[in-house]
Structure formats: structure tokens, C-alpha cells
Design a protein around this ligand. Structure first.
Ligand code: 13P
Length: 251
């Protein structure tokens, strides 16, 4: 059976004191949770501290992005090997804010996924449609194109280290969550795509998270859906109590 996986994407939020307090509050709140994957993804500059603070806990640390080269003249970029070096377990790749604000293409995202896997990180690959794409009935084709682009040439073994996060762009930071049925429909589509593209094993084992205005109040009904294996939480991950409540709702 797939383990549930709840991850907090802090985006560009917190300062040192807030990051430290958030983690120090969160660690005891979820310390009794077993058989579930839990991660936090702070901004780059707080990753080192987060790894240190969570070292004896059941919380793993991920980055929100990485570059697609190991080193060199790439001013301002961070290599996946560096993330691995400081103790990160995960990296989020292809978040809609990277795609739409920073213009990341499926090709760039694919290079990042490959390089992150080479560096022995686990990848959370984000996919999801814009509101106008949903309204035009293009959700599946958009998601499929992003899956094909991001996962091109990856083996079944590589897929062991990939989590897919379905994040409809219209639900991110808007308070407008996809209904459990809407989310389940796309999750089931992703799972059947994985079965056709790989095999039953890959499709059965791959964790598919939902992201977009997940809160303690709506987490349970989303997570009860058969193909929703967790959540990628933005705003509600910035308060220890609400992130912990989402983790508990998942049990
Ligand atoms: P919100 O939970 O703030 O809508 O953000 C979702 C998200 O983008 C997580 O990556």
C-alpha cells in the first residue's frame, strides 16, 4: 500500500526566527505519526537549519527548486548535489509558480528532474492546469503534456523516487479548493496514465499528492479519495498547528 505523504511548501516566507519556531513547534505535534511521509520545504537559506533541527524527527526536508547542472558558472543557482550534501531528501520541481512566473518549460523541468535523481534526491513533480485550460476542457491534455515532458525517458526504477503533485493553478492560494471529486478525477487520470506508460506496479506505488488551498477543514475529504495519497500544502504549512492538523487528518 502507498504511504500518505504530506509536504509543506513554505514558498518565499519566514525569516530565521519564524522558521526555527515553526519547526520547533511542529516536531512534537507530529512526532507520534507513523507510517506516513512528512516533509517541509523552506526557502534555500533555511534548509541547512531545517535539516539540523529535524535530524532526530520524522520530518524530512526538501528544497523548492534546483538547477539542472552540478556546478559551474550559473550565478544564483543551486545544484541538486548541494541540496543532497546538506541533507535534503526532496526537491519540488515544476511548481506552477516556477512554470508561470519564471517561465520554466517542460524541457527545463525534465533536465532538473533527471539531475535531481542523479543526485539521489527524491522529486516532487508538480503538474496542473490554469483556470482557462480547465474551462476549455483541456485539463487532461495539459496534465498529460506536463507528465510526458517531466518524466521523459525515466525508468520504472526512477519512478520509485518520484511523487506527482497535482496542483490546479486556479486553486493555489485562492481559497478555492478543487472538490474531492474534481481532484479524484484528475488523480485517477494520472494513475491510469502511469499504468499505460509504465506498468501496474509503478501506477500502484506512485504517491500522487493534491495541492491547492488544502486546510485542516478540507483535508480529510480530499485525502479519503482513493487516488489522493497526500497533500502539498502552501499557506496552511506556515502555522505548525494547521500543518499538523492536516497531517493528523490524513491518518
Ligand atoms: P496553497 O496551499 O497556499 O494554496 O498553495 C498550494 C501550493 O502551491 C503548494 O505547492
Amino acid at each position: 500500500m502507498r504511504k500518505l505523504f504530506i509536504a509543506g511548501n513554505w514558498k518565499m516566507n519566514t525569516n530565521t526566527d519564524e522558521a526555527v519556531s515553526l519547526l520547533n513547534e511542529l516536531i512534537p505535534l507530529v512526532s507520534d505519526v507513523q507510517d506516513m511521509d512528512i516533509a517541509v520545504c523552506p526557502p534555500f537559506v533555511y534548509l541547512h537549519k531545517a535539516v539540523y533541527l529535524t535530524r532526530n524527527s520524522n520530518i524530512r526536508v526538501g528544497a523548492q527548486n534546483c538547477h539542472f547542472e552540478s556546478k559551474g558558472a550559473f550565478t544564483g543557482e543551486v545544484a541538486p548535489e548541494m541540496l543532497k550534501d546538506i541533507g535534503c531528501t526532496y526537491v519540488i520541481i515544476g511548481h506552477s509558480e516556477r512554470r508561470h512566473i519564471f517561465g520554466e518549460t517542460d524541457d527545463v523541468i525534465h533536465s532538473k528532474v533527471k539531475k535531481a535523481l542523479d543526485a539521489e534526491l527524491k522529486v516532487i513533480l508538480c503538474v496542473g492546469e490554469l483556470l482557462e485550460e480547465r474551462e476549455a476542457g483541456k485539463t487532461e491534455i495539459v496534465v498529460e503534456t506536463q507528465l510526458i515532458g517531466g518524466l521523459k525517458d525515466l525508468s520504472s526504477e526512477d519512478l520509485d523516487r518520484i511523487t506527482i503533485a497535482y496542483e490546479p493553478v486556479w486553486a493555489i492560494g485562492t481559497g478555492k479548493t478543487a472538490s474531492p471529486d474534481q481532484a479524484q478525477e484528475v488523480h485517477a487520470f494520472i494513475r491510469s496514465w502511469l499504468k499505460n506508460q509504465y506498468n501496474e506496479n509503478v501506477s500502484g506505488n506512485c504517491q500522487i499528492q493534491y495541492g491547492g488551498s488544502v486546510k485542516p477543514e478540507n483535508a480529510r475529504t480530499l485525502l479519503e479519495q482513493p487516488d489522493i495519497d497526500g497533500a502539498l500544502v502552501g499557506g496552511a504549512s506556515l502555522k505548525a498547528a494547521s500543518f499538523a492538523a492536516i497531517v493528523k487528518a490524513a491518518r
